[in-house]
Design a protein around this ligand. Structure first.
Ligand code: AMP
Ligand code: ZN
Length: 201
């Protein structure tokens, strides 16, 4: 699929057709095995390829393709998405007090329909396979839900430059909990297991 510089793949003029890989989250919203909670405006699903022990996606019921398609009128919606993610994280944290979560968006998403990640900060998962995966959750590529709301309030839009933000995905591996800089993914994963065992952070 051809992507214009700075634009995501699914502008209103060119949306992926039903069945395309990038529409799979929309399909999941109708699958009871994937849905964990829903309300008048949002649906929360399990991430099908979780990048941590707990990984969920909160999506709007409204057909909003991505961050680039929201404006000030969507502030109540994105606040509700954040609150729903935090409520889910709180429930999980009540069961396991060692869990920590982040709530946010990939600056340049790959999948259609706006979605907010709710992701536990162990970042331990067999689906987290490469540097791109790692950096998408541990660098500025991951944009906090609060920051999205602040941008909507101050600028009325959320636009990230594709070429600038994709550079974050190429940064050297760096632990998100300490100063360690493992030289490859197996070393990073071994390092993360140490954090998991010692429950640091
Ligand atoms: P992104 O578009 O980069 O914000 O992230 C898309 C998320 O969707 C990733 O965390 C994927 O693991 C997840 N994902 C990709 N394909 C599927 C699928 N078929 N079912 C459920 N989740 C998926
Ligand atoms: Zn570390």
């Amino acid at each position: 699929m051809k992507r214009a510089g700075g634009a995501c793949a699914y502008t209103p003029a060119k949306r992926p057709s039903a069945g395309h890989w990038s529409t799979k989250l929309i399909e999941c919203m109708g699958n009871p095995d994937m849905v964990v909670q829903s309300d008048d405006l949002t649906v929360t699903i399990k991430d099908g390829y979780p990048k941590a022990k707990h990984h969920y996606l909160v999506l709007p019921k409204e057909d909003i393709p991505s961050l680039r398609h929201i404006n000030r009128t969507h502030i109540p919606l994105v606040k509700q998405m954040m609150e729903n993610g935090k409520t889910l994280a709180k429930k999980l944290t009540e069961k396991d007090g060692t869990l920590k979560f982040r709530h946010g968006y990939h600056a340049i998403p790959s999948m259609a329909r706006l979605h907010m990640h709710v992701v536990s900060q162990d970042l331990v998962s067999p689906c987290l396979k490469n540097k791109k995966h790692w950096n998408s959750f541990t660098t500025e590529f991951f944009v906090e839900a609060e920051q999205v709301i602040e941008l909507l309030e101050s600028k009325g839009e959320v636009q990230f430059d594709k070429s600038r933000f994709e550079e974050f995905l190429k940064l050297p591996l760096r632990c998100h909990k300490c100063e360690a800089t493992p030289i490859n993914m197996p070393k990073l994963k071994a390092h993360l297991e140490q954090h998991s065992r010692s429950k640091t952070m």
